[in-house]
Every structure is written in structure tokens, then in C-alpha cells.
Ligand binder design. Structure first.
Ligand SMILES: Nc1ncnc2c1ncn2[C@@H]1O[C@H](COP(=O)(O)OP(=O)(O)O)[C@@H](O)[C@H]1O
Ligand SMILES: [Mg+2]
Length: 192
């Protein structure tokens, strides 16, 4: 199956999931992330707001904020096309909808943090494989914005978040695809 057909198939399945299952999986995601000492120790964590049926990290965001951690969200860069910026999320952060209809902090008022200084980035995905390859929605936003992490050894830790059913046997890894360090699902925490 090609990448575009695979995206359609999994995105459909993801969107059809009943609400009760969504909520259960969202709680399980937090439990699985708690298995990672790197996640527990992280001071600054970037996440996302669930869109298109993605596994919901809201309980993870609440948990981090309760533990006094810095939480960031991705924002489409208004000038650098195809790039994401990471902006701090506070109780009173001004939010707006971007061109995909996804809620994001207002770029102009937000406090931006260079991804090099973020400990853990939890990123959504459409499919993953046993090697930690990631298939996104097709925009290449995370690949472009985190391209530096191919070279720099340490930060940030990249954790893909997904439902267990989003695993596929093998994905074609393109030269520009950023490899994930771990995958957290409703059922497991895989470290690569
Ligand atoms: N580092 C990069 N620099 C320039 N273009 C990139 C980079 N990473 C990805 N792209 C472009 O983004 C497009 C989508 O990438 P792809 O990996 O298929 O999407 P996704 O990661 O969302 O599944 C590709 O056509 C690719 O050319
Ligand atoms: Mg990619």
C-alpha cells in the first residue's frame, strides 16, 4: 500500500473510534508515558492538541502542569513556510485557529522556545513501525522543524503518540524522516 492510501485507511479508523474508547486510551497514554524516566524527569515538554481523531494528550498536559513542568504547543510559523515554532502554554495563553482549523497559541503574543532547549517532544502520527519510523499527515512539518535532531545527539527526546492499532509492519523511511526515540500508545511504551 502506498503512503497516501495508508494515511486514508488509518485516519478513517482513528476518526471512527467511540468517545468512551478515546477517553480510556487518553488515560492509558499517560500511564504508559509514566514508564519513561526521561519523560518523568523532563522539565520542558512539547505536546499537541488532538485533531483528526489523534490520541488525546490532554491528561498528559494536565499531569505535567500539576507537576510544575513547562508545557509547549506547536504553532505554524507565520513567515517560515512549513516550519513549526514551539510556544509556551499557560492558563491564560491566547489561542487561535490556524489554517487547518487546529487551535494553537497566538504566535505574536506567545513565548517561543527553540526546540533544542525542549527536553521531550510528544508528536502525533498516522502510522509507526517497529523500528520507530513515523508516517505523518503528509505535510512534513515535524520533519522540517526537527531536522537538526539528526545531527545533535541529545535533545529533544522525540516520543510518538498513537493508538496501538496505528502500528504497521514496515514504513518506507525517507531520507528526511526524523526517527523517533520512543512510541507511547494506549497499550505500550516502546523505546528504540
Ligand atoms: N527537512 C526537510 N526539508 C525540506 N522539505 C522537507 C523536509 N522534510 C520533509 N520535507 C518535505 O515534506 C513533504 C512531506 O514529507 P512526508 O515525510 O511525506 O510527510 P509526513 O512526515 O507528514 O508524513 C515531502 O515531500 C518532503 O519533501
Ligand atoms: Mg515524514
Amino acid at each position: 500500500m502506498n503512503k497516501s492510501d495508508l494515511r486514508k485507511l488509518i485516519r478513517n479508523k482513528r476518526r471512527r473510534l467511540p468517545l468512551a474508547e478515546r477517553r480510556r486510551a487518553a488515560r492509558q497514554l499517560l500511564c504508559q508515558l509514566h514508564q519513561s524516566s526521561r519523560f518523568l524527569a523532563a522539565r520542558r515538554v512539547a505536546l499537541y492538541l488532538a485533531n483528526d481523531g489523534e490520541i488525546d494528550p490532554q491528561f498528559v498536559i494536565d499531569d505535567l502542569q500539576q507537576r510544575g513542568k513547562q508545557v509547549l504547543l506547536p504553532v505554524l510559523h507565520p513567515l517560515k513556510s512549513g516550519q513549526l515554532s514551539f510556544v509556551r502554554l499557560h492558563k491564560n495563553t491566547v489561542m487561535r485557529r490556524n489554517r487547518y482549523g487546529i487551535s494553537e497559541p497566538d504566535f505574536r503574543h506567545g513565548q517561543r522556545v527553540n526546540p533544542r532547549f525542549i527536553s521531550v517532544i510528544c508528536l502525533p502520527l498516522v502510522a509507526f513501525d517497529e523500528q520507530g519510523n513515523r508516517l505523518g499527515m503528509g505535510g512534513g512539518y515535524y520533519d522540517r522543524s526537527l531536522a537538526f535532531s539528526h545531527q545533535s545527539g541529545q535533545k529533544p527526546d522525540l516520543i510518538g503518540c498513537a493508538y496501538e492499532f496505528q502500528q504497521v509492519p514496515q514504513l518506507p523511511a525517507e531520507a528526511w524522516d526524523i526517527p523517533l526515540h520512543a512510541i507511547a500508545t494506549n497499550g505500550r511504551f516502546r523505546q528504540f
